[in-house]
Ligand binder design. Structure first.
Ligand code: BJW
Ligand code: ZN
Length: 327
């Protein structure tokens, strides 16, 4: 057992390269103090401590196949009511949830570094916004679950927090919804079986006020759809406007593209990669950690306030919560 981790990696390509990264908060503080351009890529794990489920990985109730089964335009075309129930449940949970200290820490870092810090988030739950994250420094790669758009035309409505969004989604208990979405072979087969009756008749679902015929849908980015062009441009402008010192990869498996590619892009601009995750096994594009990188294993809501302390100071949780941003 005396073989070093570097030697292990050399002789065994499957040895987690995470072993090469530093786990020292003290060392990180030294690097942080000389960093002037920092980016963060966030995923569902950032909101886990707020009680929201992740998509994959430990503790996630929505497994990979469920993402591909429900977060696609094809699933919506097949059974729009089922997909709406899934998003209706998630809208409800997100509205009930509170931002955690990880969201607040990133928001405070943004205020301390108005030019030098940008957050690219894959999350659609609105919790960073409610933590008063300065909006110009927060890029919503997968848009928002509180936006609504038409499946057929360009109609779009921003920041609709109605819960339920539409009367047709009201008479379903969370248990009924979970029964339909449960992660079982039977549920999957039912979803794919054309004989399965639709969860809610199409005529009862919300229709577009503009084109009248199209169905309204959650304004998030599904698999196979393009990410919001302007958001990508803004993110790319920041990334391309200078070298990057640090790339914080927070609570994401970094497996969904193009979001995951920002880790490689940051690396190519000189960044050290800093992973903050409960689990070191599934790190996607952030898996090839090297000397000089950092790995902080654990809950992002606890780790972020700690590792960012030299810049953000001690956060006053009570005051921050008292000033929670509107929905
Ligand atoms: C904790 C924690 C705690 C837990 N503290 N940590 C290049 C290569 C291969 C494929 C492609 C490619 N380019 C494009 C593709 C196709 C596709 C794709 O990436 N597929 C992959 C599966 C391979 N990408 C797309 O289709 C994208 N569109 C696109 O590229 O358009 C152009 C194009 C079109 C067609 C063809 C080609 C190009 C769109 C992707 C949209 C993804 N949408 C979703 C749903 C959004 C709406 C919704 O919320 O429902 O986005 S899927 C889902 O995955 C969601 C998430 O944002 C995203 C990422 O998940 P995330 O956040 O990483 O969550 P998890 O669960 O995976 O991870 C949680 C992590 O937290 C875990 O690591 C835990 O350990 C950790 N954790 N508790 C810290 N307390
Ligand atoms: Zn329409």
């Amino acid at each position: 057992m005396s073989t070093s981790s570097s030697a292990q990696a050399a002789i065994n390509p499957f040895w987690p390269s995470a072993e090469m990264a530093s786990t020292s908060v003290e060392e990180f503080h030294t690097v942080l103090s000389s960093s002037t351009r920092i980016m963060a890529l966030c995923g569902a794990g950032l909101s886990a401590a707020s009680g929201l489920e992740t998509f994959r990985g430990a503790g996630g109730m929505w497994r990979n196949y469920q993402a591909t089964a429900l977060a696609t335009p094809e699933a919506f075309e097949r059974d729009p009511g089922l997909v709406w129930l899934f998003y209706s449940m998630r809208r409800h949970k997100a509205l009930q949830a509170k931002p955690n200290m990880g969201h607040y820490a990133l928001a405070e870092l943004s205020r301390k570094m108005p030019e030098g810090f940008i957050t690219l988030t894959q999350n659609v739950d609105g919790l960073s916004q409610r933590a008063n994250h300065p909006r110009p420094q927060l890029k919503l790669l997968h848009d928002s679950i509180f936006d609504i758009k038409c499946f057929d035309c360009d109609y779009r409505e921003m920041n609709n927090f109605d819960d339920p969004y539409h009367p047709s989604l009201a008479n379903h208990t969370p248990e009924e919804v979970n029964d339909r979405l449960v992660n079982t072979v039977t549920a999957r087969a039912a979803l794919l079986d054309p004989a399965t009756p639709p969860a809610i008749p199409r005529s009862e679902l919300p229709h577009c006020p503009s084109c009248k015929d199209g169905l309204l849908r959650p304004g998030v980015v599904w698999f196979g759809e393009s990410l919001p062009e302007e958001t990508l441009e803004e993110a790319d402008d920041w990334v391309n406007s200078g070298p990057i010192d640090l790339c914080l990869v927070i609570g994401t498996t970094a497996t969904v593209y193009p979001a995951a590619s920002y880790v490689d892009i940051a690396r190519s601009r000189g960044a050290r990669i800093v992973v903050i995750n409960m689990d070191r096994e599934e790190l996607g594009s952030a898996k090839n950690l090297r000397d000089g990188d950092f790995l902080f294993e654990g809950d992002a809501s606890k780790i972020l306030p700690e590792i960012l302390k030299p810049i953000i100071g001690d956060l006053d949780e009570e005051a921050l919560r008292a000033n929670e941003g509107g929905k």
